[in-house]
Write a protein that binds this ligand. Structure first.
Ligand code: M6R
Length: 593
């Protein structure tokens, strides 16, 4: 949530900062801003809405040559979406200019303290409290690094900060706690950003700041501090492989990413299978085998992928449970004494999951982390780690990564139980997915019709219910249609009361043993005026089904059904004229609780 870009030295600031914001915009897109300075002259530009709108405000030919700059794209937490709340924010004396990612939990008491000291605020953000606190401390002791250290002692919460002291613009200051911040080493310039992506074309040498670290950079130097002491550091090399965020000719990221699914699966096969054998760490496989219980922790789409894994494990007699991380953090449930935790997160930065970590580490439980970013906070704290290798997912709605999460989990458990025949089935599944991609135009008319409704049920049983949950999330978050997943057998126990000609259902049929019951249920819905759009597997298909996919091995069936739901979501959203890649009120990675 929110993105930070900054640099000091000799470079084209307009291009670096604005391009950087464009690349980070999917992380938060309520408002954005840029501050540049050369000590004598400065420019502060802010805009509500997209980086495009900001771009038109920053002059193409700047009237001065900046040597330091910071920029930010915001997802509002404290304070509405207004220009005064938009970053960069500054202290009331205009000495401190900063951008902030994260949430300060004790901002209200600090703000009240500062107000008592006569300091005024122009907005409502916790970030402006940081700027004023720092400036206040500086009024007592004029050393920036000491003031930052003191400030960090006062702040409770998460922050990645890029700070300019307008009294001395030859340094760009930074500080980090619980929010990612990366320093990039350049030639005649140094860089920082909340993510590698804005710096990927510029440098491969980074300092991955740890919690509690702070410091400053000049164009040639970087100084790092912790607990009042200057500390040494080494640059780590990071490859920019799979960091491409271009649209490659597609109109939207969501469409591009849905259609990247087959190549993501091929990448997983390449990385985890060699000569028809899995290459997972043997120690990890032993831990899985010996654990008395597997506990999945995840949120949103990643949670839905874990539900399929739970079904597979339980069917093999293993105790397995999936919990929504934000719930587990406050209501942890352990059924047995030797659990293995499996954390699944596309971004690897989700705050609700990070909140669960102390419980796992304090109890010395085993932990496997699966993310799409091996440098993310969750990946770095992992005991065992598996990369999803899906490439950057830009669209806020997760599509290709859901599929990769599912496949990687299946591979992992197939490596133990050896009964899913996955290595063969995956190649067949690729054909199933490519067939859907080739026939996506057939999904458009269904989307056109569904776009007319305000509500719908998504019906499924068994694994199809897991897919229904994911389909409902997708439809809700991007089309703003209220979609609710129902285990089809439960309809008559209550939800059917809502069915009417204005309340249709979308239904998945992949399993032979429940197909008949599913279709009986449709009669009850239709008898009450409700329309049913059926997405079925070929061998279970009937005339008038809305879309038929080729048959999958049962555990892979969610891939095809969810892909159809992803296309439906995409086409409904286009039909309704909403922003496909940046749905309202959301951000790609949820780094605040
Ligand atoms: O990065 P994560 O996988 O931890 O994110 C979890 C959810 O925030 C995420 O899946 C969210 O639900 C997506 N917007 C769903 O499309």
């Amino acid at each position: 949530m929110c993105g930070i870009v900054g640099a000091i030295g000799s470079l084209d600031f307009r291009s670096y900062l604005l391009n950087g914001l464009h690349k980070l915009e999917y992380r938060g897109y309520d408002s954005c801003g840029v501050y540049i300075s050369n000590g004598k002259n400065h420019g502060l530009y802010k805009s509500i809405g997209t980086v495009d709108s900001l771009e038109s405000k920053v002059p193409l030919n700047l009237s001065f040559n900046p040597h330091v700059g910071i920029a930010h794209t915001r997802w509002a937490t404290h304070g509405g979406v207004t220009l005064s709340n938009c970053h960069p924010v500054y202290s009331s004396d205009h000495r401190i200019m900063l951008v902030h990612n994260g949430v300060i939990e004790n901002f209200e008491s600090i703000r009240n303290f500062l107000i008592e000291k006569g300091i005024s605020f122009s907005g409502n953000t916790d970030s402006e409290v940081i700027a004023n606190l720092l400036s206040f401390i500086l009024s007592i002791d004029n050393s920036m690094t000491k003031a930052i250290e003191r400030m960090m002692q006062e702040l409770n919460g998460s922050y990645a900060l890029a700070i300019i002291d307008t009294y001395d613009t030859n340094k760009l200051y930074f500080a980090k706690n619980l929010s990612p911040l990366l320093i990039g080493k350049g030639e005649g310039a140094n860089y920082l950003a909340s993510d590698q992506i804005p710096m990927a074309d510029i440098t491969h040498e980074f300092i991955d700041l740890k919690d509690g670290q702070y410091g400053y950079m000049s164009k040639d130097d970087i100084h790092l501090f912790q607990n009042g002491e200057e500390i040494s550091f080494e640059f780590v090399s990071r490859s920019s492989e799979n960091l491409d965020v271009s649209l490659n000719g597609y109109e939207h990221y969501m469409l591009k990413e849905i259609e990247e699914t087959p190549s993501c699966i091929e990448r997983l096969i390449k990385n985890y299978i060699f000569r028809k054998k899995y290459t997972f760490d043997k120690k990890l496989l032993r831990v899985i085998e010996r654990s008395t219980e597997i506990i999945f922790l995840a949120c949103g789409t990643s949670y839905h992928a874990s539900l399929v894994a739970v079904d597979i494990l339980r069917a093999r007699g293993k105790i397995a449970n999936a919990y929504i991380a934000s719930e587990f953090a406050y209501h942890p449930v352990i059924m047995t004494d030797n659990p293995l935790f499996i954390i699944i997160s596309q971004s690897g930065e989700t705050a609700d999951i990070i909140k669960c970590l102390p419980f796992i580490t304090d109890n010395a439980y085993h932990l496997l982390t699966i993310t799409n970013n091996r440098y993310s906070s969750l990946a770095r704290k992992a005991e065992y780690y598996l990369n999803l290798y899906s490439g950057v997912e830009v669209s806020v709605a997760s599509t290709k990564v859901y599929q990769s999460e599912l496949v990687l989990l299946l591979m992992l458990f197939d490596a133990i139980y050896m009964d899913l025949n996955l290595i063969e089935s995956l190649n067949k599944e690729l054909l199933v997915l490519k067939d859907i991609i080739n026939r996506k135009e057939e999904i458009k008319p269904i989307a056109k019709e569904l776009a007319n409704y305000e509500h719908c049920f998504i019906l499924g049983r068994g694994l199809d219910y897991d897919s229904a949950l994911e389909a409902a999330l997708k439809i809700k978050e991007v089309t703003y249609i209220h979609a609710s997943a129902v285990q089809a057998g439960e309809l008559k126990h209550g939800p059917i009361a809502l069915v009417s000609q204005d309340f249709p259902s979308l239904a998945f049929i992949s399993e032979e043993k429940t197909a008949h019951q599913m279709r009986n249920g449709f009669q009850e819905v239709k008898a009450r005026g409700g329309k049913v759009f059926v997405i079925s597997s070929k061998s279970l298909a009937e005339e008038n089904d809305s879309f038929v996919v080729l048959d999958s091995t049962i555990y892979l069936a969610p891939m095809a059904k969810v892909m159809v739901a992803q296309y439906l979501t995409y086409f409904i959203t286009l039909e309704k004229g909403f922003n496909v890649d940046k749905p309202r009120n959301l951000a790609k990675s949820v780094t605040v609780e």
